[in-house]
Design a protein. Sequence first.
Length: 265
Amino acid sequence: MTFQPARDYEFILQVKDLVKTYPNGTKALKGVSFNVPKGAFLAVIGLSGSGKSTLLRCINRIHEPTSGSVIFEGRDITHIKEHQLREARTKIGMVFQHFNLVNRRNVLNNVLTGRLGQLENKFLGGIFQKWPEKWIEEAYQALRIVGIEDKALIRADGLSGGQKQRVAIARTLMQHPDLLLADEPVASLDPSTSYSVMNYLRDLNQKHNITVVCNLHFLSLVRDYSTHVIALKNGELVFEGKPTDITEKWFKDIYGADAREVEIH
């Protein structure tokens, strides 16, 4: 039996009592629960080490949750077989802080790897780069969406950080995802490039109806781009609401009494 999303669901993603304890005893997540409406742009905030990255990796099952449930499009994906999980993941895109590109390959082939999950012979496509012509056309379209179609035949190691992140977004577009997880996608970029990348993520959210869950550090970006916010502290959910709900008191509760907000321009 293949993975099939439920026909009717109120939330595209539901996280219920999620716990993640690592083998060394570290409790990265302590019973986290929240819901994500379809079409939302959810920002996840909190200090480094609060559990943000672990949360995203548990959602797409890069990390196996210790307990709790992840429900995607109305179906529990924490308790499904491996082949069903692979199918579910084709609808969940992931953008990482450090891009995860193959530097020795050109941009086009990096983007095309977003379709490996749908290729019958992954070895043929992944190693010898024999891609269906239709997919090549789609890859160029994805690069056009993020504004770097002219870089298609350049090796990935010849790009700037912002360009590499746009390639990573284009690669995710090849999956035709319903949900995009972005783990600190602008943390290693300069301020102007950060806004450029965030603009592309917002376009995917608003123009392509892709729900986004994005880990962010800067509250200025949270206020500018997100529709919903949750905050983690020491592996626990300590805030859930709208960007405008984050008062000075909430900021101090989340980041500490001595914390000062830093704007990114």
